[in-house]
Design a protein around this ligand. Structure first.
Ligand SMILES: C[S@@+](CC[C@H](N)C(=O)[O-])C[C@H]1O[C@@H](n2cnc3c(N)ncnc32)[C@H](O)[C@@H]1O
Length: 261
């Protein structure tokens, strides 16, 4: 395994229990935790086989199951999968979970699905988008589709430490898939912990072109003015949707893609 991915595996393990507890708490308040954008854009998925890539502790996977899909999921960190199975057991739901590095998963996994799904803070952990897109293609049945709901790379350029002061300072280059090393991990649904992790910046064109080059047909790409978590001093404009007071409706914070095989 790539040494950077090995480090990420150890780092993500550190957050698994916190994520499980937080998502379990959220499910005690609400039946479905998926963003309304996702629910609208996915459409009716009842009876479809679906694989969730980079599932973390299975929170979005559980919501996808509640929309009626037969769910499978894959993640790098073994502790994430232990807690994903626990979350499914807690809510008496069935799902199939695989532990794998997504950069290698497609080499051995031969099952195919109607839908391949990825959401919120996932793809920047992957160093090679061409391999990623080829894996998605391998996992899809003919006529199936890939759906991505992800943080907009425009937003990822800015220094996160300046967000609480409502300042946008460019820190990370948009172009070139530069790798960033961080001493900590966490923040969106868990306490930040000490643990070295590596993240690769991406551009919209790199993501779209990788899917096109793998042979998928882009059905749509959409951009959204809200973020899926509070990055610091943001306001919740709708449940689960966050924006900076200063720039409401003015900047892209999430994007989505649907691509078919
Ligand atoms: C921010 S989380 C995604 C959260 C997700 N939206 C959910 O449903 O909770 C990113 C996930 O990517 C996983 N990951 C990182 N690198 C990976 C890799 N090379 N292969 C598979 N999973 C990976 C991490 O373990 C982590 O669970």
């Amino acid at each position: 395994m790539n040494p950077y991915i090995l480090a990420n595996k150890a780092a993500w393990n550190l957050l698994a229990k916190d994520h499980y507890l937080e998502f379990k708490r959220r499910y005690s308040l609400k039946d479905n935790l998926l963003s309304p954008d996702i629910i609208k854009e996915l459409g009716d998925i009842r009876g479809q086989s679906l694989i969730h890539l980079q599932c973390n502790t299975g929170s979005d996977t559980l919501s996808l199951s509640r929309l009626g899909a037969t769910v499978s999921a894959v993640d790098l960190a073994p502790d994430n999968l232990i807690y994903a199975k626990k979350l499914f057991d807690d809510f008496k739901t069935s799902g199939t979970f695989y532990e794998a590095d997504l950069m290698e998963f497609g080499d051995t996994h031969s099952q195919k699905y109607d839908i391949v799904f990825t959401s919120e803070g996932a793809i920047g952990w992957l160093p090679d988008f061409n391999k990623w897109a080829q894996t998605i293609k391998k996992l899809l049945k003919p006529g199936g589709f890939f759906y991505l709901y992800e943080i907009h790379p425009f937003f990822l350029m800015f220094d996160e430490d300046a967000f609480p002061n409502q300042e946008l300072n460019i820190k990370y280059p948009y172009f070139g898939r530069q790798m960033d090393r961080s001493e900590t991990i966490g923040g969106y649904a868990a306490q930040t912990r000490q643990g070295v992790s590596y993240y690769w910046m991406y551009s919209i064109s790199e993501v779209v072109n990788a899917l096109i080059n793998a042979g998928l047909k882009i059905e749509f790409i959409n951009e959204f003015d809200h973020l899926c978590y509070n990055a610091g001093n943001m306001i919740e404009t709708k449940p689960g949707e966050y924006q900076f007071q200063k720039w409401i409706g003015k900047m892209p914070l999430m994007f989505s893609i649907k691509a078919t095989l």
